[in-house]
Write a protein that binds this ligand. Structure first.
Ligand code: AVI
Length: 320
């Protein structure tokens, strides 16, 4: 009996295009979103608890101290939306305060990870029976048109300093897209890291235990896993640089030797000179004037900013 030949399906990895673009560019780069596979997300969780990485705990302390003032300023009868919510662990302090002001509330956490959102629904459901959680699985960077269908006054949370990982024009484009889904009276709560001395910034991005270095090198291990590449991650050094002119931390992987890496899935050889770098991340550090400017350019008016005593981190409320 004749057997029919099955057509061979060629599966192209979803990261292939970005990797090809970045590693054939001059200078070489890899987009920071590639950090966040399962291993990278776990390493990032560890970073947030490092003594040198002040961002997460400083923002949390601001939210804890000022939750009442923030919600008072945002207005009555709020529906919460969170961009890149993950498991929404950092949002609990605001939800708790909100439920002291109104009998029940709606929360729309938005994230690309359905597992993180499942966890959010489970945890929040147990802790806050009067909170209705409607998760949205979406990449918020492309805009979330569904937001415009949510009735009532919205407070959109964009905390965690994620805005800092966008180039300023991209950040403005993203905020504009969000702005287009909101109505007059709605508000945005933006968490952003302030520019400060490199004495504080450099260790925050190059910690003594080497967790940030492992987070950075994991991008190469990921290319080995997903594109069958033969990177030796240890042959690249983690480098963190403060670029004062651009007001950003820059993160690189620097080749410690002359070497060639093969990526079979892309049929690509990539050669490195000794000391050549792959640029993997920018983390912008805002001044108050820069915050005012990106908000204004994206159609928001800054109403109030809260900070910690050392002015290391800012949480900003802006109105449509
Ligand atoms: C996710 N983002 C806000 C972090 C930051 O500080 O820019 C990512 C990170 N990169 C190195 N350490 C932390």
């Amino acid at each position: 009996m004749a057997t029919s030949k099955q057509p061979q399906l060629l599966t192209i990895s979803p990261i292939a295009n970005d990797v090809w673009q970045g590693l054939t560019a001059s200078p070489k780069y890899l987009p920071a979103k590639l950090f966040y596979d399962e291993v990278g997300s776990q390493l990032f969780e560890q970073i947030t608890e490092l003594p040198e990485y002040y961002l997460t705990r400083t923002e949390r302390s601001i939210l804890e101290q000022y939750a009442g003032e923030i919600l008072e300023a945002a207005g009555a009868s709020l529906t919460l939306v969170e961009l890149g919510a993950g498991t929404a662990a950092k949002t609990c302090v605001l939800i708790e305060e909100l439920l002291q002001r109104q009998p029940r509330a709606l929360f729309y956490p938005i994230d690309v990870s359905p597992t993180a959102l499942d966890e959010a629904v489970h945890q929040l459901g147990r802790r806050f029976p009067l909170l209705r959680v409607n998760p949205i699985v979406a990449d918020y960077t492309a805009g979330v048109p569904a937001l415009s269908r949510i009735l009532g006054r919205k407070l959109v949370l964009y905390i965690g300093s994620s805005i800092g990982n966008f180039e300023p024009p991209q950040a403005i484009r993203l905020l504009r897209r969000i702005r287009q889904t909101l109505r007059p009276g709605d508000a945005l709560l933006l968490g952003a890291d302030f520019a400060k001395s490199p004495k504080i910034l450099l260790p925050a991005y190059d910690d003594a235990q080497g967790v940030t270095a492992a987070f950075n090198r994991n991008i190469l291990a990921r290319l080995n896993r997903e594109l069958e590449a033969d990177f030796v991650p240890e042959a690249f050094e983690h480098v963190a640089v403060w670029n004062r002119r651009c007001s950003r931390m820059e993160i690189y992987l620097e080749s410690t030797t002359a070497q060639t890496v093969f990526l079979p899935a892309l049929d690509l050889d990539v050669s490195f000179q000794s000391g050549e770098r792959i640029h993997t991340e920018n983390s912008y550090k805002y001044t108050q004037a820069m915050i005012e400017s990106i908000l204004r350019e994206s159609g928001f008016a800054l109403e109030h900013s809260w900070s910690d005593r050392k002015q290391w981190f800012g949480v900003h409320l802006a109105r449509v």
